[in-house]
Every structure is written in C-alpha cells, then in structure tokens.
Write a protein that binds this ligand. Structure first.
Ligand code: ASP
Ligand code: MG
Length: 412
C-alpha cells in the first residue's frame, strides 16, 4: 500500500513530538507501506515569520512573503528526516520545487497545477520515507509560492492524488471531525464517516479541521481522507465519497462563523439593473458577497441586505458610496458587525423535508431572532446576533439529537 501522512504544526511542535512522528512513520513503513509524509511548520512558526514580514510591509500577496513564510516547513521537513534517520530508518526531505509542485503565481494563495511524482517514486524504490515540506510550491518562473493558511492539508491530498495513494491521513491535535465545536458544545461527538460534500460545507461554514481546498481536491480525485490525532491511536473521521457514506444521516453537523458583517441599503428602486450596479463594483474590487436578501416591493422600492467579510465591510461601504452614490447615501445605509452565521449541514436534507422548519423552531424556543436565511441542497444557514452564537450551536446540536449515535437520533 501507499500511504500519505500529513502532520500539522502541533504534531511537530517540539523535537520530542517530531521523534514521536518519526516513530509513527517508521511503524507505517514497517507494515509494508510506501510512505510519503507532509509536514507543516512547527506550531506558531508561520505566524512568527508573517509577523517579521509585516513589520516591513503590510500587503502579504508578495513574492518575498512566500520566500519568508515557506521556510517554516523547510525546517520541520529537515528535522523529521533527521529524526527518522537517527532511529535507523531511511528518509529524505523534499521541498516544493524538488517534488515539482507547480502552482500558479498567486502568491500567498497559489493553486496547484501539477505534481511530478518521479522524485517520490525514486525515494520509495530506495526504501526511503519521503518527507515533504507542505504549504509550498513553485511557479513557472521558478518563484516560491505558498498555498494559503492551512495549505499543508492541500499539499498532502494533492500528493495522495498524484500518487494514487490508498489513503491520505491528516494527523492533527483533535480526534477527528466533530458534530460541532467541542469547546462550545460539550456533547459534540466524533463523526466516523462523512461525505466530501458535507465536509466541504462544514469547512466553508466554520469547521476549521481541513483547508477547504484540500477537501475540493479530495472530492475531485476521490482520495479517501482520514482525519485523526497524532496524540493517540484511535481512528478519527473518514472523509469519503457519498456512496461509501453508508448511514443515512439527516444532519451531520452544526457550525458557526463570526467573520461576516451585514450591510443594508433601504429603498432602492425596484427596476432592472440595480443589483448589478451595486454588486459589480464590489466584485471588481475583490469583495466577496455571501448572503443576499432582497425584499418584495410594494411602493416601487425594495430593501437590500447582504453580508461581506467583516474585514472588508468598511471598504465595501466606501466603494458603494463612491460608485453607486445615487442608490445609497451615508445616512440611509446601515451595517452590523456583531452577527454570526450558524449552519446545519447534512446530506439527508436532500430527501427530507422539515429540517429548516425544525431549525427555525429550535432557534425560536431560545428566543433567538433570525436576521437572514440562506439554503443550499445540503445546508441551511441563519444569520443571528453574534452574542447568541454559543446558545444557538448548543440548542441546534441537541435539538437535532447530534449527541446521540447516528441510528438513535429522532426524526426532526
Ligand atoms: N504552516 C502553514 C500555516 O500555518 C501551513 C499549514 O500549517 O498547513 O498556515
Ligand atoms: Mg492546519
């Protein structure tokens, strides 16, 4: 078998931890597997490096930023290769350019275009464990690129796809993917199996276990991903194609994000072209609009409410006032930063009615007012006041019976 293992920052945080990882890699190899290991930088290192660069320059989408922040993984990959050798094993470190992880040139958020598996198969033929620096690649000009925060997950899944690995194990400091954040919801349970689609929704809506792009990669190339802890031996969560996702789970998880703000423009003319005029300049400036609500009009005007990343709220309003000042003015336009989006995700929603109704009921029982609603095939999201986030998560989690094993949960 061929196994790709990825170890996150806390798993390689100290020399002691690196030795424990080395042991685990050797054990996997001794069971008859070819092993490729992807490492993150030691915990805290990427932030430290970013801090240094930010002391000189604010904007991080820069070639030199990637030269700086990619060094964290260079260190951890070298240390792990050394540790494996010190235990009598064979290992070789490989940087992004040595595995030819070719990306586009979007620094700090590059996308992988191709991987040349030759260097890796050479390692395996020589009986070596390949220890790959995560997070980094190289563009067509030979510049170092990085894949965005958490990008080592994507390195690992992309390598697993390129090698057609039997599994991609993502080792982290939590035991797997949970039905909700266990720090907020004490009754949260570890999920045994989840589909790529659900994982993608959960990751996009606040569950920070896997980088979103790694799940997209996994789904595209059907790589079985096993998210598990490097601190113990228990199996974690398998992220797999839907067919293998046996249990008919109605709701898999509840999650929340608090990084959005909502903007309301009241009484815009209810004629064609207005939404296009408001949202075109925002898009042109790279501001991603998430939810949008437009009310039905009775007097020829309509209220428009939408959400943007909280960090972009100020700029979004400036752009609107500048580019569409006839549709909105400073005294009419209003915003709210203290909001949260809580979401319920589950494959079973596709075939079952009543999940939305139950979600609204549960929030109502807690007297939590819903400010906005949006739905997709497998998720329902509600915007609420931020101060109710914890209460909403706990109520929804327990209201849908997620504290129970899958087969014991009540119908909604
Ligand atoms: N070291 C990088 C980060 O902290 C990449 C990763 O850990 O996956 O974002
Ligand atoms: Mg990570």
């Amino acid at each position: 078998m061929l196994v790709v293992q990825k170890y996150g920052g806390t798993s390689v945080a100290t020399i002691e931890r690196i030795r424990a990882v080395a042991e685990r890699c050797l054990e996997t190899q001794s069971q008859g597997n070819d092993v490729a290991v992807v490492v993150s930088a030691m915990a805290g290192e990427t932030n430290r490096l970013l801090g240094l660069a930010h002391e000189i320059q604010e904007n991080g989408n820069d070639r030199e930023f990637d030269v700086i922040v990619s060094t964290g993984e260079q260190v951890s990959s070298g240390l792990l290769a050394l540790a494996i050798r010190a235990m009598g094993g064979k290992a070789q470190s490989l940087l992004g350019h040595q595995v030819k992880i070719l990306t586009d040139s979007a620094h700090a958020r590059a996308r992988i275009r191709s991987i040349d598996s030759k260097a890796l198969s050479d390692c395996f033929v020589a009986g070596k464990i390949a220890v790959i620096a995560g997070f980094q690649g190289i563009d067509e000009h030979g510049s170092i690129t990085t894949l965005g925060r958490g990008g080592s997950d994507t390195t690992a899944v992309a390598i697993a796809a390129a090698l057609k690995a039997d599994a991609c194990e993502i080792y982290t400091d939590v035991s797997g993917v949970f039905t909700s954040d266990p720090r907020i919801v004490p009754t949260a349970r570890k999920i045994d199996r989840i589909s790529y689609e659900e994982m993608l929704e959960l990751a996009s809506l606040g569950t920070k276990v896997l980088q979103i792009r790694s799940v997209e990669f996994g789904m595209k190339y059907q790589v079985p991903i096993h998210v598990r802890s490097s601190f113990h031996r228990e199996p974690g969560t398998w992220v797999v194609p839907e067919e293998e996702h046996m249990e008919q789970v109605l709701v898999s998880g509840v999650t929340a994000v608090r990084n959005e703000a909502k903007i309301t423009i009241p009484r815009v003319p209810d004629v064609s072209g207005v939404a296009a005029r408001l949202f075109t300049p925002l898009a042109a400036q790279g501001i991603v609009v998430d939810m949008i609500i437009q009310n039905a009009s009775s007097d020829g005007t309509t209220d428009l409410t939408f959400t943007v990343p909280r960090a972009d709220r100020k700029r979004a309003i400036e752009i609107l006032l500048g580019e569409a000042g006839d549709l909105c003015s400073e005294d009419r336009l209003s915003y709210d930063d203290a909001i949260a989006k809580v979401s319920v995700v589950g494959m079973g929603m596709r075939s079952h009615a009543g999940v939305a109704r139950r979600m609204f009921e549960i929030l109502a029982e807690e007297s939590i007012n819903i400010l906005m609603i949006s739905t997709s095939e497998i998720k329902i999201s509600c915007v609420i006041k931020e101060k109710y986030t914890e209460l909403a998560l706990r109520a929804l989690h327990d209201g849908f019976g997620l504290y129970l094993p899958v087969d014991k949960r009540p119908a909604p």
